[in-house]
Design a protein around this ligand. Structure first.
Ligand SMILES: [Zn+2]
Length: 209
């Protein structure tokens, strides 16, 4: 498996090849960024948005976390990492589109469904439990419809996208911009097994891109 030493080898390949070829781009990027799209994806090592969407540096503003979740707008307490990134992307960078990308075989979704970390202390699963409890309502809906088998896992993986999009819209600056056509929100799902990206339509259904 790849350790930090291999990553440094990779860095040297990058410096000798891609960076050298794209030197002009990097010179421009050193003056600032103006990505048009924000992508919210899972931290899972298999679903890198820059790779899936074949983008270059400067093109997408990315936030990744367990199960590609956006929390609802909450003013008090805590350190709101996702909210800060969202606020920066929308109100400062003025991205024109936000993509929430779920994926297959998501460990966060599996944990939400099995509740394997419920009652765990912070440091032994408690942080995960309190993060993925954002999916509790969706989990109940999915279990009521599909039970708790493989179908339920897939259904909940898709629900993460719908939940995050609903929560995005609790931040006043999001619907305000959607209303005047300055911001568009998209849902997507990357099935790791076959490498096919599915895109969500207006009715919340996912079909291959
Ligand atoms: Zn995941």
């Amino acid at each position: 498996m790849t350790g930090f030493a291999e990553l440094i080898h990779g860095y040297h390949r990058f410096r000798d090849q891609e960076w050298a070829i794209e030197r002009a781009r990097w010179a421009t990027l050193s003056e600032g960024q103006s990505p048009k799209v924000m992508v919210i994806a899972c931290s899972d090592s298999r679903v890198d948005p820059a790779q899936v969407f074949d983008t270059s540096p400067g093109e997408i503003f990315v936030v990744r976390n367990v199960a590609n979740l956006v929390p609802p707008f909450e003013a008090g307490g805590g350190r709101h990492g996702v909210s800060a990134a969202l606020e920066f992307a929308v109100t400062q960078l003025e991205v024109e589109e936000i993509v929430v990308m779920g994926h297959g075989a998501c460990g966060g979704v599996h944990a939400a469904l099995s509740q394997c970390f419920s009652d765990a202390e912070p440091g032994s699963g408690g942080f995960i439990a309190h993060w993925i409890d954002l999916l509790d309502d969706a989990r109940d809906r999915v279990i009521a419809e599909y039970g708790d088998g493989p179908e339920a896992i897939h259904a909940l993986e898709l629900e993460t996208v719908r939940v995050s999009i609903a929560n995005l819209r609790t931040f006043p600056f999001v619907p305000n911009r959607e209303r005047v056509g300055k911001l568009k929100i998209h849902g997507a799902y990357f099935a790791i097994r076959d490498g096919i990206l599915h895109v969500m339509d207006e009715q919340g259904r996912f079909t291959p891109a």
